[in-house]
Ligand binder design. Structure first.
Ligand code: GRF
Length: 213
């Protein structure tokens, strides 16, 4: 079973979705370690409640990003982690981290990439006036919210959506697609060819087009 480590900074609802999916035996991985750079992250309590080992590594204790990353990498290695899952982790990661886990770090972003990278993706989507929004799970590379896409999920933007209502609707999608991506990785179904991620095996039938105005 693949050993997974999750990195969080905040609420940890994606972490909770992963924990719940493992408990329901629909996600076949061993969540070995949860690391937070913030001691007050709610996600730490979720991990502890599920009996998962947690570590707090406060980035403010390091003068260089690389040194913080080295400490995180050491903790992940010590726990035998094979796949690193960024779940609301609010630090940029450096090549030190990327080189330690090549094509083994994944992230979730609350937008249909390549649109709306960085902070406040939902606010950006509303300001731009998109009619369909969503979330993306992708491999992490040296650029922010940029690496090869593994899974995306879409939602309709309602005319009366606020940043908060859109955030909630996108989060529901995130909680579906992140465990799905991890499961596909765990099953060894993912191959990366340049920017393209090929997922082997059965797929659901094509749904009707999602149309919105
Ligand atoms: C999610 O919207 C995720 O896409 C983004 O940060 C947020 C984390 O939420 N990277 P949570 O901590 O999982 O609730």
């Amino acid at each position: 079973m693949i050993a997974v480590g999750a990195l969080i900074s905040g609420a940890g609802t994606n972490l909770q979705a992963i924990i719940d999916r493992i408990a329901a035996k629909r996600l076949d991985c061993d969540l070995r370690l949860v690391v937070s750079n913030r001691a007050d992250a709610t996600g730490l309590r979720r991990a502890t409640a599920a009996g998962i080992t947690t570590r707090v590594i406060d980035h403010r204790g390091f003068s260089r990003r690389e040194d913080f990353d080295r400490a995180v990498v050491a903790a992940l290695r010590e726990a035998g982690v094979e796949l690193v899952v960024l779940a609301g982790f609010d630090r940029l990661i450096t090549p030190v981290f990327l080189e330690a886990f090549p094509l083994r770090i994944i992230n979730i972003h609350p937008a249909l990439l390549p649109g709306f990278t960085g902070l406040h993706a939902q606010r950006q989507a509303l300001a731009y006036g998109v009619k369909i929004a969503g979330a993306s799970v992708h491999f992490v590379d040296e650029h922010t919210d940029h690496g090869p896409l593994i899974v995306q999920g879409a939602v309709v933007v309602a005319p009366d959506d606020t940043e908060e209502t859109l955030r909630e609707r996108i989060l529901a999608v995130e909680h579906e697609i992140y465990p799905l991506a991890i499961q596909m990785f765990a099953e060894g179904r993912i191959r990366v060819e340049g920017r393209r991620v090929i997922v082997h095996g059965a797929r659901p039938p094509l749904p009707p087009p999602l149309v919105s105005w």
